[in-house]
Design a protein around this ligand. Sequence first.
Ligand code: GLN
Length: 315
Amino acid sequence: KRAFQFSPVQRYLDRIHEELLDLKDGAVADYIPELTRADPSWLGIAMVTVDGHVYQVGDSRQSFTIQSISKAITYGLALEDRGLDQVLSKVGVEPSGEAFNSISLEPGTGRPMNPMINAGAIATTGLIASTPDAPPMQRILDAFGRYTGRPMAIEETVYRSESDTGHRNRAIAHLLLGYGILDRTPEEVVDLYFRQCSILVTARDLAMIGACLANNGVNPVTGVVALQSRYVEKVLSVMSTCGMYDFSGAWIFNVGMPAKSGVGGGITAVLPGQFGLGVFSPRLDAKGNSVRGIEACKRLSKDFSLHLFHVARST
Ligand code: GLN
């Protein structure tokens, strides 16, 4: 469906888009050369409501790699594959308060603190890899496609670069193997992880992903089940507590919506029962979150009193 051109939502998004163009803080990720090619001025914002209205502005059709936002989707897929108990036995749900690439493993068990940091995401991907049926990467792409409503593809050059330079992630995978968290080879699992991080998305896709989570797991445009409803609250919970790296506490305090960011410059935010929001702007702050992405979500939350814990008074 197309949004009505004069809709107040569209006008609001157009306005914050224009205002945020002046915000030039932060720097494009440079840990691999491919990401430095992003135009720092890109800014795309999209919103998809649970009744399937799509609003978008700016570079909302520009593609970029999903990076860590993939962690929320693969966590859901692992829950569907393995069930809650098995997944919890391999990956915890406590915020680590540490950077996304930290080696936050529970002392003794080696269980990663949560699925939104690299260690936890690599363990999650390991769980998907061990499921016997179809090839795991195809299953991951299919799952992402159910959320976005379109076929998904990988950016090969980013994938190759991630793989060529991803020694820290490889080291984490070896630690996980040592603790018995992985039952596939570290190389096989990190390869899948690098590929899932390199899936191409747009801000519109991110909004659609958010809208599926806001809509009890059902894609509001296609009607396809992206995630079984019983796992939606689990995915949203870890996004709420751990989705913005070591900024997650301040995020839920100030914005009050479950969200997940990636170093490609994307953020997906969810207002359960209402909408998904996707913002793309490649300049990142020191913690790896999109500067304009954070600001867009903050403004939206404040301007419409969307904090989840805000209760409107009727008197
Ligand atoms: N692929 C990167 C990594 O694993 C990006 C993760 C992220 O978006 N923070 O280090």
